[in-house]
Design a protein around this ligand. Structure first.
Ligand code: AMP
Ligand code: MG
Length: 369
């Protein structure tokens, strides 16, 4: 049983553990991370072992300020400086060519390193006090939804790590945006709360999107540049299905109010039908909807399905905040099938839908009229 300490009080002890080669889970504004000394191959090996993570899936290195980046990279592109100055501390991870001191165990064998400065006071103090860069993937069992509360970390990693720094529930709830600056053009490898549009605006140029994000992982001829994107991810135990309509897809979710109302009803009635079938077959079912559509899932039937509102679709950040917690609750409640509404890919919606599609193993169906 590891120690769980709330807030700043745990910082000194956490820093000591890192210096001695141990593992500490730490809060960030995105999800909880599982930290070890990024310069110690043995600490990185321990991280992979605790998570059950494939060792070709590199770790993100956390620093407390821009100055700490220099020793970790063999080149420091101007674009990187611009992005750091604009978005750090914050939910942006930048891929750069690695310096020799960063071991291949930390970078999954790659010549590049992923670096981020998280926005959380406790964690920034913890990194400063450790005086070392902290390798930290999400602090969950590999493949499971990322942890957004200390309790999620304890659930997954109890007994496998030395300490959890608890700073309450995180704000954003999905992992950082990852941008690769080692190629010809800046490329988005994972969508997060900082959007491609945000990046393009600061860089004053186009940012490409890695085709693997759209394809949702490995497809013939498409190899994700972020190795982690090829694994089944964020997956609840239940089989999850996204439901949308042909019109919503065709119009990229930009529809009139009447069209919206009709589409919402179509999706709800499609989900209703599927839920009835599953419940008739004795399955436990969960539904994911938003505050705007919640009332559509109330009507009539003595349905038992567990209905979860993940936020307001007009504010994707309210939904990223809840998604992983809701998926974990479905696991706790032994839910076997989940039906979820699909939402727009615009802005932060791209990060939300990326995680939802992965949780659903890319299964999305169209509601019929
Ligand atoms: P996590 O820390 O669990 O959010 O996972 C880290 C993510 O960053 C994974 O998807 C990795 O594949 C990705 N990543 C880390 N380092 C690199 C790198 N050098 N090049 C590309 N992707 C990376
Ligand atoms: Mg992860």
């Amino acid at each position: 049983m590891e120690t769980i300490v709330k807030g700043m009080e745990g910082v000194a002890q956490a820093a000591e553990i890192i210096k001695k080669g141990g593992l500490v889970a730490f809060p960030t504004e995105t999800v909880y991370g599982l930290g070890g000394n990024a310069l110690d191959p043995e600490a990185s090996r321990k991280i992979y072992a605790a998570k059950g993570r494939p060792s070709d899936n590199p770790l993100i290195v956390h620093v407390s300020c821009i100055d700490e980046v220099k020793p970790l990279v063999s080149a420091f592109p101007e674009d990187a400086k611009l992005l750091m100055e604009n978005f750090w501390p914050g939910p942006l991870t930048i891929i750069m060519p690695k310096a020799d001191i960063v071991p291949y165990e930390t970078t999954g064998g790659l010549e590049t390193v992923a670096i981020r400065c998280p926005e959380n006071k406790v964690t920034l103090e913890f990194i400063r006090e450790a005086g070392l860069p902290i390798a930290g993937p999400s602090a969950n069992t590999s493949g499971k939804p990322s942890p957004t509360e200390a309790e999620h970390v304890r659930h997954d990693l109890d007994g496998k790590i030395d300490m959890i720094l608890d700073d309450g529930p995180v704000g954003i709830g999905v992992e950082s945006t990852i941008v690769d600056l080692t190629g010809e053009v800046p490329t988005l490898l994972r969508p997060g709360a900082i959007t491609v549009e945000d990046l393009s605006e600061v860089l004053g140029k186009k940012v490409e999107i890695d085709p693997a994000i759209i394809a949702g992982g490995v497809r013939e001829g498409i190899h994700p540049k972020a190795p982690g994107m090829k694994y089944r991810h964020y997956a609840p135990n239940a089989k999850m299905t996204l439901v949308t309509t042909a019109l919503l897809k065709e119009k990229d979710y930009v529809v009139t109010e009447d069209e919206r109302t009709a589409a919402d009803r179509q999706v709800a009635s499609c989900i209703d039908k599927l839920v009835r079938e599953d419940e008739a077959a004795g399955l436990r079912v969960g539904i994911i909807c938003c505050s705007e559509t919640r009332d559509l899932y109330n009507s009539g039937a003595e349905r038992k399905a567990d209905i979860k509102v993940i936020g307001h679709r007009s504010e994707p950040l309210s939904m990223t905040h809840e998604l992983f917690r809701v998926l974990r609750e479905f696991d706790e409640d032994k839910i076997e099938r989940i039906y979820a509404e699909s939402y727009s890919d615009r802005g932060v919606g791209f990060a939300l839908m990326n995680r939802m599609r992965k949780a659903a193993g890319m299964t999305e169906i169209l509601a019929e009229d």
